[in-house]
Design a protein around this ligand. Structure first.
Ligand code: NAP
Length: 306
């Protein structure tokens, strides 16, 4: 007979790991799936997470590993499988992966989010050949070189500070005249002697054949185009939620995030959402882990009442 789980947790970023910890302590019969080899989601690509209480200046990869080790200590280890589809059969939910088919009474979606693309010429063609979305992964390839970082949020500013320690020169290309990043990060950026910020400037195209050679930018106020000779372009223009598989299954908001409150309850009974895929104001590690805990509390209530 097919095994029926109380709960399926899909994803092993901070929200998924937190859910796994709470589910283990609640002794729920849990299926936990993650498509990547690493746990920790987006933070594993973060050089330094400086706002998680109790762990100032923690390296992102190490924080991910510490969280995963905590879950493992409670007996929770995700299976490395890619979810292909999820179906609602009322009191049972069917989860299909590339290899298997599972049944669970509840599901917590914790698929997280992925970097947004600019959609400019050269971006895809030169991806991996100077175009990168992860400064901590690829920064070392540009030692003593010149790079551009596109964006004005926390990621872009952190990346620029990180790259300024490795590269000779770092351009920050931002479409407005004010950064979105936290003030403390802005202060660190402004203190870097080799960073030049190009305000009110948008990227137009990335030039090069076998490798990245230049970034063409345009001033939004001047309409002037400039060719910046660079060895690398780091794109940090935000994230998009991994909710493609959830379209038509649960209600999404106008930006593609799962419509669910802090309790994680979605438009469909038995489906819950946690972490960066949920519609909310603040996407941080601290809010993701909170989501995971809340979602399991909602799952427990749902299972008791079912
Ligand atoms: P974000 O906060 O959404 O910032 C995206 C930046 O890219 C914004 O400055 C935006 O400009 C710009 N942008 C968006 N689309 C663009 C386009 N098509 N062309 C040019 N520029 C574009 O994204 P994020 O920095 O990746 O951060 C994502 C989430 O993770 C945030 O909640 C952030 O706080 C969090 N995070 C936190 C930390 C930390 O606390 N240590 C570190 C990294 C990330 P506008 O400003 O004009 O909109």
């Amino acid at each position: 007979m097919t095994e029926i789980y109380d709960l399926a947790i899909l994803g092993a970023g901070p929200a998924g790991i937190s859910a796994a910890v709470y589910a283990a302590r609640a002794r729920l019969k849990t299926l936990w799936l993650e498509k990547k080899f690493t746990q920790g989601g987006q933070i594993v690509n973060t050089y330094e997470v400086d706002n998680y209480p109790g762990l100032p200046g923690m390296n992102g990869m190490e924080l991910g590993e510490a969280m995963a080790a905590h879950a493992e200590k409670l007996g929770a280890v995700p299976m490395r499988e890619t979810v292909v589809s999820v179906e609602d059969e009322g009191s049972l939910k069917v989860i299909r992966t590339k290899k298997n088919e599972y049944r669970a009474r509840t599901v917590i979606f914790a698929f997280g989010a992925e970097h947004r693309q600019l959609g400019i010429p050269g971006e895809q063609e030169l991806s991996g050949m100077g175009v990168s979305y992860c400064a901590t992964c690829d920064g070392a390839f540009f030692k003593d070189g010149t790079v551009a970082v596109v964006g004005g949020g926390n990621t872009a500013v952190e990346d620029a500070v990180f790259l300024s320690r490795i590269c000779r020169k770092v351009y920050v290309v931002h479409r407005r005249n004010q950064l979105r990043a936290d003030k403390i990060l802005q202060e660190r950026l402004f203190a870097c002697g080799n960073v030049e910020i190009l305000w009110d400037t948008v990227p137009v195209s990335i030039e090069g054949t076998e490798e990245t050679e230049a970034l063409k930018v345009r001033g939004t106020k001047t309409e002037t185009e400039t060719l910046l000779p660079v060895d690398g372009v780091f794109i940090a223009v935000g994230v998009v939620p991994n909710t493609q598989k959830l379209k038509g299954l649960v209600k999404l908001d106008e930006n593609g995030y799962v419509a669910a409150g802090e309790d994680g309850i979605t438009s469909v009974p038995g489906f819950f959402a946690a972490g960066d895929i949920r519609a909310k104001n603040l996407r941080q590690v601290v809010t993701a882990v909170s989501d995971g805990a809340n979602a399991v509390a909602s799952v427990q209530r749902y299972l008791m009442e079912a």
